[in-house]
Write a protein that binds this ligand. Sequence first.
Ligand code: SF4
Ligand code: SF4
Length: 383
Amino acid sequence: MNFTRFELAGKPLASLSIGCMRYPSREAAAEVIAACAEQEVLYLDTSPMYCYRSEEENTETWTGAAIAGYRDKMIVSAKCATGNGGNQVGEYDPARGFSITTADQVRRQIDQSLRRLQVDRFDCYQLWAAHVPELFDEALKPGGWLEGVMKAKDEGLFDHLGVTGHADSAEIKRWVDSGWVEMITVPFHIMDTSRLEGMRYARDHGVAVVAMNPLAGGFLGSASEGLAREMADAGVTSAADLALRYVASIEGVSALSGMTSAAEARANCDTLSRPLWSEEQAEALRLRFEAMIQGAEYVCTGCRYCLPCAEELDIPGILRLRNYNVVLQLESAQREFRHKYRHDEHFRADKCTECGLCEGRCPNQLPVSRLMAEVMATMGETV
Ligand code: SF4
Ligand code: SF4
């Protein structure tokens, strides 16, 4: 296993971290965590809401049961949010850990997570889902989230304090400059590097960085003949291999993967035990990846000038999936298209009437109606 430069609670933070949000069952949680622990992958990211079915059946209780017997080996993290999971403060929702705004509410939240996880202390506690500045500011109010959390930290209930959320680089820097943030968790993957500046700022100020969504929400978690062929010289074997090693090659960054089975955990452990790249090599591979996508025939750049479509189709959304399918032969792109086709009217590419309105507006002169037919023929045939 590769490791970051950081330690949490005196234990090394591996290049892979365990996201506890996608377990299909209590048994799967135990298998994933055991497989990871064998490889010194120790950091567990939990929340009151993940896999929530009841007070007894949720990620926290499953994780607590899984680590019974070796809790001290692991790095246990819990969290709650000032917001409602979106961008608003919302209604107090303690069962799922949302809209926790007062010091008393936070304390009850901490006690709930300690109980569910069956531990007497965490290693880390985090402000969860601080997507916009208002939610971070909410935490700082007198008598609010931070006050309650600081008191619990003084009582020895955890060692490290962190923040998670989909904030931009400027906001990440503000978190770091607040002085109390010791770790951050933000979205980052090879298809979205927009937060890299903020992540580097955090790392360079001694703040541990955990990257959520390293496989772009599972999109890159599959084989890709195109990538393996194109990047054989760099030892890339699949889309998942490139995506995970790209993230972990950014110094100080651990890739937080929401694993669902022991097999997936072992595959990720194997991948992140392989040599990483320098940041320069990783950037060169990212540029090659981007060039592959852009180099395909009829690449949609997502500029949206073609909209609105006469049939209200999401033309850039459909053509984005076509890009990935054509260039990378990603089975996940076909799967996502089929899923969207079934559940979203705007992805019914066969509704295109060939009216040509969009084609007159497209700066790349894409034959959109022809591409809609091609998408249905190549990606929608099993719909
Ligand atoms: S040609 Fe098809 S995709 Fe383009 S505007 Fe007309 S219906 Fe929409
Ligand atoms: S205008 Fe052309 S390139 Fe831009 S989003 Fe629409 S189809 Fe894609």
